[in-house]
Design a protein around this ligand. Structure first.
Ligand SMILES: Cc1cc2nc3c(=O)[nH]c(=O)nc-3n(C[C@H](O)[C@H](O)[C@H](O)COP(=O)(O)OP(=O)(O)OC[C@H]3O[C@@H](n4cnc5c(N)ncnc54)[C@H](O)[C@@H]3O)c2cc1C
Length: 474
């Protein structure tokens, strides 16, 4: 029997997509920059079915590509354009959300659950699942774990890695490895879940997880602030930290060009300020204590910042609707950039104290290589994670030669600056296809050798998402 016939026998014809037209959405990435071919898209409904599908692919020596919501920004979730054609496994039928354990502050979910649905179930029970990002309406829990997604709440709650208590994984030969426990302490040797968190589908397929929940903030204040420079934004961050204590839950930065792109390309987005500023900051304070007053705290912080001439203008949201509108501006940046032109998104993180230097040096490096590039900057400033984006309107990009080489050079120039400042080229998006070369450039030979040894031990035939994350030996 052929592999496809075996998979049909396992899942039923309805749950195995083989028609190229029907597969289209799974073959191209969110930005439309990477495209490949697949044998089929398998849609199992249980861990046992995932295991059977994977075991079948293993017997046939056919590669497997785990795919979640396909919102990844580095081309890791779509098949390669050449080489062996994989079976895509998508867990969209595995969307069971367990009961919230209010005492343990945890919840067990299947990996195909959409992130926003899990947040909502937690919220309905008076708890917070803090991982939050622009794609939360479509990305899956499995995808967020496989990429160790960051987002807007990392400065207070950590990234996905910090919010996963246990996982269940199907390994390359179909073995189910369950570490699905809700424990905060377990010192029984290697913490295997961490091997799979951030592994980008190269070691196995995550089928379920126990997530850590937090108290749900009861009061929250959000402000949009105009400042003159990244250095002033950092001064504002320091002041906010000093005066707000643990209630600071987000501190996001963008430049005026980024805001302009959002307002121009995404319907119903308007700047909260009627003045233009080189830089904009979004601050959120949130508290769980009934007596706390984040709005008063934020007002006091901004008054002091005005007195110290750190900020130029600010608006505190006066309703939940206004708070949501400020957040929608922030969450619309990827959509705006996709519509507005070609943005060569980078994903660097540097120590927060060096952000201004990072931006200054990156500006100089990019200007040398491509003086016509506009610079779009947006970032999770509180984490030192700056998406520095050399940006080209479509007409300008189409007029350039050797665009692929230029894109590589520009990203390398920005990543070099981050490396000079002891930073990283991949803070939250992962490596995927976009940054595979950078692994050679910035990871030590010892680290790469160890990663290869782990990959070989867990997936000796190299069937899981081949050619991703770990570059071939030179
Ligand atoms: C508008 C927008 C905003 C975004 N904002 C952020 C942000 O602020 N922070 C951030 O970190 N990211 C952000 N992203 C990137 C992306 O949403 C995240 O990387 C997300 O975690 C990917 O989840 P997904 O389900 O879409 O995974 P996919 O894109 O489908 O897959 C991503 C990778 O995970 C692997 N994978 C998927 N599911 C599984 C599984 N069950 N088991 C094993 N491997 C699996 C895939 O093989 C692939 O390598 C954004 C994307 C968009 C489009």
């Amino acid at each position: 029997m052929s592999l496809v016939d075996e998979l049909i026998a396992l899942l039923g014809a309805n749950n195995l997509i083989t028609d190229a037209g029907e597969m289209t959405a799974s073959l191209e990435d969110w930005r439309g920059r990477y495209r490949g071919a697949a044998l089929c898209v398998a849609r199992p409904a249980s861990t046992a079915e995932v295991a059977a599908v994977v075991a079948c692919c293993h017997r046939h020596r056919v590669p497997v590509l785990p795919q979640g919501g396909n919102t990844g920004l580095v081309g890791g979730s779509v098949p390669p354009s050449s080489g062996p054609v994989p079976v895509i496994i998508n867990l969209q039928r595995m969307r069971r959300i367990g009961l919230v354990d209010l005492v343990n502050n945890s919840i067990e979910v299947q990996a195909g659950c959409v992130l926003a649905n899990v947040q909502q179930v937690a919220r309905d029970a008076g708890r917070l699942y803090p991982v939050s990002l622009g794609a939360e309406g479509s990305c899956q829990i499995g995808g967020t774990i496989a990429t160790n997604a960051g987002g807007i709440s990392v400065l207070r709650y950590g990234n996905t890695r910090d919010n996963v208590l246990g996982i269940e994984v199907v390994l390359a030969d179909g073995t189910i490895c369950s570490e699905l426990r809700a424990l905060r302490k377990d010192n029984t040797g290697y913490d295997l879940k961490h091997l799979f968190i951030g592994s980008e589908g190269t070691l196995g397929i995550i089928t379920a997880a126990v997530l850590k929940l937090h108290p749900l903030p009861t009061r929250c204040a959000v402000a949009w602030v105009g400042v003159g420079s990244p250095a002033q934004a950092i001064e504002l961050l320091v002041l906010t930290r000093q005066l707000s204590g643990s209630s600071l839950s987000a501190f996001e930065l963008m430049n005026q060009l980024q805001l302009d792109l959002v307002v121009e390309h995404v319907p119903q987005r308007r700047s909260p300020l009627d003045t233009r500023h080189p830089w904009h900051v979004l601050i959120e304070l949130a508290d769980t204590a009934g007596s706390a007053d984040p709005e008063a705290a934020l007002t006091a912080i901004l008054e002091q910042a005005f007195d110290q001439a750190i900020v130029d203008n600010a608006s505190i949201a006066s309703s939940q609707g206004q708070q949501a509108a400020m957040w929608e501006l922030r969450h619309s940046v990827s959509e705006a950039n996709k519509k507005g032109g070609i943005g060569l998104t980078t994903d660097c993180a540097v120590p927060v104290s060096t952000i201004a230097t990072f931006i200054e040096r990156a500006n100089a490096a990019v200007a040398k290589l491509a003086p016509q590039a506009q610079i779009v900057i947006v970032g999770h400033m509180g984490d030192g994670n700056i998406h520095y984006i050399p940006f080209f309107p479509f007409a300008v990009w189409d007029g350039l030669e050797q665009t692929e080489a230029l894109a590589r050079e520009l990203r390398r120039a920005v990543n070099d600056v981050a490396a000079e400042l002891a930073g990283t080229f991949s803070a939250e998006h992962g490596v995927g296809q976009t940054s595979l070369d950078e692994m050679h450039n910035y990871k030590s030979a010892a680290s790469l050798a160890l990663m290869r040894a782990i990959k070989h031990a867990v997936d000796p035939l190299g069937l899981f998402n081949p050619g991703r994350l770990i570059p071939p030996e030179k």
